[in-house]
Design a protein around this ligand. Structure first.
Ligand code: WT7
Length: 659
């Protein structure tokens, strides 16, 4: 079981929401929060029924709230019908917000383009009509491989408008990863761009699509729509590739939204698990959207005049829920940023907050930590050099935020006046789960605080018994919620075994270790599986191992995470070559080869930081690699743990060289 931390030692400080903030917040006191929790506890179905009836526009009203007869396969609002895109766009045209700014796009080079809800609606309709003209409709799957852009959001919305299920692949993944997802999801359509701009560099996208489609099974794709972002010279495959501009030409700016069943799969998003193969996390339409919108309103306390900036990429769930869906459904004005936080300088985020008058800023701890470091090195880009007075709320997501980074963020970015919502959730949960409500919840730096109303989260032991405060255990959610994962695409068994193990008797197992303190606050301790969190990106250790052993030089490999002050975790690979362990000089070269290989197989984000070579890996007598020992070696720590189960105790000594 996990290690336990003394939360009292970590941080004693409690920060209360500023009175001015609470005074005008949607949820403004703990009493109000508790009343909502009680309402949900007393009648869970009534609670969600009211929320879904008032929160969404239905084409056909639902009568049934939750069907748990086939647990753990749940359905929500099953006999209702709606359209997600209509709920994100059309509702604002009807309620007098047509000319409100929907998206403020800032390109890598600093140029800005703005669209209103009316303009975004028109664009989405044109694209949807174009996609329909190509012959696609409800039930088809599309893969999206795109840079952050208005076009990318419009394409996701266009899929939703037609009932196509989309699967967005992060632009940092390789052609191999793209291919794997195309085949797994059975996509007949790919939406991509010629290239993307990041940090002043042009990174090709279409070339990776061409490569992916050339691999076995890639011919399932019939059409590739290409948004010409940079005008780069690319290969055009006659009859297959269609420029986006051509797709839109002559298309009407009206496109009747297709009503779909509440449970219709809105998207499949691949995420790493504990095997080499990523899991296709499948989300439904109504339950997902309801929670994405409701949490945008509660947790970001969305107000009509807000300018909201979520810095995530649409390739991750954060970009789905809090750029493309929840925040548009909530009618927010938002920033969409193509570039990176350190280009052309480390003050880019602060400069953009100042330029656009951002009021709510939502980013990842890894970005904060790297900007702390950068502002120490170049004080002229310290946040205090910018006017950040427009900010009223800050957020954090993706990994635990250490109390030091929390305080820096609070004081230097938020001017000690903005609450910080540390939001714990996952690709699988669809939206926020454990998080402060900014007008109500007293904050403790480093804790994601309490479950949202309607969420029954707990910390349990391996038999599913709830643990007392201060004891580390498994984070679970004991009752279903509308935005939960519906399936692992095409793999019923994996859905059950990953999330609903028999021992936990129907509870959803998050895969995180956590503990609660005396006040019931949750503190996340890390993953229970070998999933790594690198710069807030979730990567599977096993996936990287599989890539390594697929290289002709490699006999065996084990991958673990090592704590890293900036990226959260750094990837460390222990590699046994087919030939004897290399000399120091050779090792350098082989390490470089393997890094590039991993980049080509999984993606540049999965490159191991350290590679260590040996003639053997530490194994138990039954042949299981002992990763916990490798973690100690990776950190350069003494092996004070029990090694008696180790078949070959001497093997640890050989890994001294780091490449
Ligand atoms: C894993 C989920 C949530 C959207 C982005 C990541 C870790 C996420 C927090 C937080 C501590 C966090 C967990 C979780 N995580 N948010 N506020 N505090 N840990 O989604 O890629 O599905 O990763 O990220 O380990 O299981 P994801």
């Amino acid at each position: 079981m996990s290690t336990t931390i003394n939360t009292m030692l970590v941080e004693k400080r409690v920060i209360h929401p500023p009175a001015e903030f609470s005074a005008q917040a949607r949820i403004s006191s703990m009493e109000q929060y508790q009343a909502l929790c009680e309402e949900a506890e007393q009648n869970l179905e009534e609670f969600w029924r009211n929320m879904a009836e008032s929160g969404l526009e239905w084409r056909k009203p639902f009568t049934k709230v939750l069907d748990d007869s086939n647990a753990p396969f749940y359905t929500w609002f099953e006999d209702g019908e709606l359209n997600v895109s209509e709920n994100c766009l059309d509702i604002h045209l009807k309620n007098g917000n047509a000319d409100k700014t929907a998206l403020i796009f800032e390109a890598d080079d600093g140029s800005v383009e703005t669209v209103t809800y009316r303009q975004l609606h028109a664009r989405v309709c044109r694209i949807a009509n174009g996609i329909r003209a190509l012959g696609y409709g409800k039930g088809d799957r599309a893969i999206l491989y795109l840079p952050m852009s208005i076009e990318a959001i419009a394409m996701m919305q266009a899929c939703a408008r037609l009932g196509l299920t989309h699967s967005v692949v992060f632009g940092g993944f390789s052609a191999r990863s793209l291919h794997q997802r195309i085949v797994d999801v059975g996509a007949r359509l790919v939406l991509t761009a010629d290239a993307q701009m990041r940090g002043g560099r042009q990174i090709p996208l279409k070339a990776a699509v061409d490569e992916a489609l050339a691999y076995e099974g890639g011919d399932v794709v019939e059409k590739v729509v290409v948004y010409q972002r940079t005008g780069a010279d690319i290969n055009w495959e006659e009859g297959r590739d269609v420029p986006l501009s051509e797709l839109e030409t002559g298309q009407s700016e009206e496109c009747e939204p297709v009503a779909v069943e509440a449970e219709h799969p809105l998207f499949v998003l691949y995420t790493s698990g504990s095997t080499g193969k990523p899991k296709g996390v499948q989300h439904a339409s109504a339950g997902y959207l309801l929670w994405a919108k409701q949490t945008a309103q509660w947790v970001f306390d969305a107000r009509p005049e807000d300018v909201f900036w979520c810095t995530a990429d649409i390739g991750w769930v954060t970009g789905h829920s809090y750029i493309t869906y929840g925040s548009l459904a909530a009618g927010l004005t938002q920033i969409v940023f193509e570039g990176i936080p350190t280009y052309p300088h480390a003050g880019r985020f602060w400069e953009m907050i100042q330029r656009h008058g951002v009021t709510i800023f939502y980013t990842a701890p890894t970005a904060i930590r790297s900007l702390i470091k950068a502002s120490e090195q170049s004080p002229e880009h310290h946040p205090s050099r910018y006017d950040l007075s427009s900010l009223r709320l800050l957020g954090s997501v993706g990994e635990p935020i250490n109390p030091e980074a929390w305080m820096w963020y609070y004081e230097n970015v938020g001017g000690s006046r903005c609450p910080i919502v540390d939001t714990w959730w996952q690709t699988e949960t669809g939206g926020h789960i454990l998080t402060p409500l900014p007008g109500a919840t007293p904050l403790k730096p480093g804790s994601c605080t309490l479950p949202l109303p309607g969420i029954d989260a707990a910390v349990v032991d391996e038999a599913g018994n709830e643990l007392p405060p201060g004891a580390g255990g498994l984070l679970v959610i004991r009752r279903p919620w509308p935005a939960m994962i519906r399936a692992v695409w095409g793999d019923e068994n994996r859905y059950r075994s990953s999330y609903f193990p028999d021992e936990l008797r129907g509870m959803y197992m998050a895969g995180d270790n956590a503990q609660r303190d005396e006040d019931g606050y949750f503190w996340i301790l890390g993953r229970t599986d070998d999933v790594l969190s690198v710069s807030g990106h979730r990567l599977g250790g096993t996936e990287i191992e599989s890539a390594l052993v697929a290289h002709e030089l490699v006999a065996e490999a084990a991958v673990v995470g090592r704590p890293d002050a900036t990226t959260g975790e750094a990837i460390v690979a222990f590699v046994m070559l087919k030939q004897a362990a290399p000399s120091a000089e050779e090792a350098q070269k082989v390490a470089e080869t393997l890094r590039n290989w991993v980049a080509s197989q999984v993606g540049p984000i999965a490159k191991p930081k350290d590679i260590r070579f040996g003639n053997n890996l530490p194994k138990t007598r039954s042949g299981k690699i002992m990763r916990r020992l490798l973690r100690l070696v990776a950190e350069g720590r003494e092996i004070d743990q029990d090694t008696s189960t180790l078949e070959n105790p001497d093997v640890l000594k050989q890994f001294s060289g780091v490449y």
